[in-house]
Design a binder for this molecule. Sequence first.
Ligand SMILES: [Zn+2]
Length: 193
Amino acid sequence: MREPHGARQRGRLGRAARRLAAVVVVACFIAAPGPAAALQAAGAVVEPPALLLPVQGKLASELSDTFADTRDARQRGHEAIDILAPRGTPVLAVDDGRIVKLFLSKPGGITLYHFDPTGQFAYYYAHLDRYADGVAEGQTVRRGAVIGYVGATGNASADAPHLHFAIFRLGPEKQWWKGEPINPFGYLGGRKP
Ligand SMILES: [Zn+2]
């Protein structure tokens, strides 16, 4: 049976539109990894993005830079930031990404490791009172999601609950326990006085 001319015309237009849409989708897909991935491919050192402050209700102006402090009678560097807050204050994901490890350690207590969406950085949250309901390893997470609550587990002093937050630049093996520490202060909006 012969198609009426109008239907054929519409069909041709429809096909052209679908082809155009396919080209646009492919172009978006190619563009999606963004400048960070391109820079990394070129061998450049990529900086972490600006992050959300991980303790609900805290302001960047209230942060103090404790990255270079020493711990255990100068045996080791702190290499993190401590954010004081009442026990039970919600702890928020600083970026999108994936929860890779829920880990109980002697110094860190209840801890959580989160990889950024590009897998270049690990975000570490320690001394948690507990995890948020439903938090699990392998789960994708959105910036701002509640992942746990401030506490004093591990070697934190019971009368000074706080979030110990660290950033690590991951190596090619992408091991959650291994990376180069980066000072979070500036990435959380902290400014030197
Ligand atoms: Zn700390």
